[in-house]
Design a binder for this molecule. Structure first.
Ligand SMILES: [Zn+2]
Ligand SMILES: [Zn+2]
Length: 569
């Protein structure tokens, strides 16, 4: 039975509170970064669970990845006891290399996740030395004031961990990403017994994955996918090309087994696949004798003897499959009658890019098989019946839905209430949620936001250069150069250049002439005494150029005006 809350509150220190906040992951699927706080209001100690990234949308041109804005915890980093990573997906650990230098706290991870972090650290140029504390599966240890126990789950990558977080004010269970799967194909099934025991011990709050809350039923097992892939591959007369999420070791093994069962050789193409295979062999998730051929061997194999596993399931333009579809890959060609299997789902936002690749493959005469035609992919997240089972085991007093967009979080909170949970709190990034003592709910806000990795730099998400870049991508730019004497007279003719603006007006005048007429007219209209103020000239010209192009084009460009003041003899 659960300890009753009055008893728990007597056990805790005076004024102690147990709180939760997300700096990413609530109101979005991605960038998971969660904080648990314990202690009196101004002296809380924090535990960070995951430090993930997300990928930019079309309104974020040129951005490589999106990172959480950690300023809230950076300001208070002495009270951050550590970072615990639940599993090795990018949306849970992808921001560690970029942001750890601002935190400098220990990172706790199980062996596979730790090995993935080390592999990435190696690729980062070896400058960074992360203090990774490797912890065993199902282990229990302290991080600051938190007594933490790992519970093995199933997901789409080895070693997904749920975390029981025990405090004097109650126990929380943070699920991480999970599903139920009796036959996960690689790794052990979820530790259902431990989940039920936790529920018996008493859990105050369940912080739980919401990704598939709208989907009824339960998800198929990874082993069913492996069987189905084998059947499909055996039935193909020519080459088989398969793309999947590189991190899904079980799927990699399923494809390798299917290749072997159909008497074909496995060829692997794509850096992230090579990395995960090497980490999986080192950590025992793939056999030591796991063998495959490199992409250069592909062209020497008969069409009926090959299964090619490659990256690019999301239509990423630089990935192997996109280049194959564009007939632009140095080592891999496909031809009429080959089969391409997308053993993946379309991540929202990527549909157009994926469609482009699939259309190009179809143009080359390939048969394309996706998860809408055949059992070639399964989700790594719990559907509704699996969620219900989790609530039946854990029996929490409070539900805080996570890992979802707002519609998922709301639907999850509603379902939790229907299942009899007393309090469900659909919070979003930046909400500070009080879990105990007293009535749970949102009590405050903490700063949060998005940062962009932009080339070698990390820049702000809201007021940074990407905002201007977005403008540039819709309207283009006009540059004007003006040389004035100290008296404010034009020393030479102004010059202008345009990028992304039409060269000619609708009545076939040169756009540059329109611009230069506007520049000269504006300068002439400014009284000579006032022309001695370059800033005034700059602003007047900027406005008139935008207006003049706007009159012709119907759109106002960005205008950049350089005013040089020179001494004249
Ligand atoms: Zn995941
Ligand atoms: Zn995730």
């Amino acid at each position: 039975m659960a300890k009753n809350s009055a008893k728990r509150e007597r056990d805790a220190g005076k004024g102690d509170e147990l709180v939760f906040a997300a700096l990413g992951g609530l109101g979005e699927i991605g960038m998971n970064t969660y904080l648990y706080g314990y202690g009196p209001k101004n002296e809380r100690q924090w535990l960070m669970v995951d430090l993930g990234l997300t990928f930019p949308g079309p309104a974020e041109p040129g951005v490589d990845v999106v990172l959480p804005d950690l300023r809230f915890i950076i300001e208070d980093r002495k009270s951050l006891a550590g970072i615990l990573i639940t599993h090795a997906h990018e949306d849970h650990l992808g921001a560690v290399l970029d942001l750890w230098p601002k935190l400098e706290v220990p990172i706790y991870a199980t062996p596979f996740t730790a090995a993935m972090l080390r592999a990435k650290q190696g690729e980062f140029g070896g400058k960074l030395k992360l203090p990774i504390k490797e912890v065993a599966l199902s282990s229990r240890f302290d991080i600051g004031p938190f007594d933490v126990e790992l519970v093995s789950m199933a997901h789409s990558i080895p070693e997904p961990n749920g975390i029981a977080i025990r405090t004097p004010l109650g126990t929380l269970f943070h699920t991480g990403d999970w599903k139920l799967d009796d036959a996960p194909f690689v790794g052990d099934p979820p530790d259902e017994e431990r989940l039920a025991q936790l529920g018996e011990e008493g859990v105050l709050g369940l912080i739980c994955d919401s990704t598939n809350v709208m989907r009824q039923g339960s998800s198929p097992s990874e082993t069913e996918i492996a069987t189905s892939l084998t059947d499909i591959i055996k039935a193909q007369p020519n080459r088989v090309i398969i793309t999947t999420f590189a991190s899904n070791v079980a799927r990699v093994k399923a494809v390798a087994d299917a290749a072997a069962a159909s008497g074909r050789r496995l060829v692997v193409s794509g850096r992230s696949l090579h990395r995960i295979i090497s980490v999986a062999i080192d950590t025992g998730y793939l056999p030591k004798d796991f063998t495959y051929l490199d992409q250069d061997e592909y062209q020497h194999l008969n069409r009926s003897d090959v299964v090619l596993l490659c990256t690019g399931s999301q239509g990423e333009p630089r990935a192997a499959l996109s280049r194959v579809a564009d007939s632009d890959h140095q080592a891999i060609k496909v031809s009429k009658g080959d089969t391409v299997i997308f053993s993946s789902r379309n991540i929202p936002g990527n549909e157009k890019a994926i469609g482009r690749v699939q259309n190009n493959l179809a143009l080359l005469g390939c048969d394309v098989i996706t998860d809408s035609e055949a059992l070639v992919h399964v989700t790594g997240h719990p559907r509704r019946d699996e969620l219900k089972q989790m609530y039946a085991w854990i029996k929490p007093e409070i539900a805080v839905p996570m890992h979802g967009e707002m519609r998922h979080l709301k639907a999850h909170a509603k379902m939790a209430r229907e299942l009899g949970v007393k309090m469900a709190v659909p919070a979003i990034n930046g909400d500070l949620v009080l879990l105990a003592p007293g009535t749970p709910g949102i009590i405050d806000e903490v700063p949060c936001g998005r940062l962009f990795r932009d080339g070698k730099m990390i820049v702000p998400g809201v007021d940074g250069p990407v905002r201007e870049r977005r403008m540039l991508s819709t309207v283009g730019v006009v540059a004007v150069s003006i040389v004035l004497s100290r008296k404010g007279e034009l020393v030479c003719e102004p010059e202008a250049a345009i990028d992304g603006v039409p060269d000619e007006t609708t009545d076939e005048h040169d756009m540059l002439d329109v611009i230069l007429d506007a520049v000269e007219g504006t300068i002439a209209s400014i009284p000579p005494a006032k022309r001695q103020d370059p800033e005034r000239v700059r602003e007047a010209v900027r406005r008139s150029v935008r207006a003049a192009v706007g009159d012709e084009w119907g759109k106002r460009p960005i205008a950049k005006v350089l005013v040089h003041v020179v001494d004249t003899a």
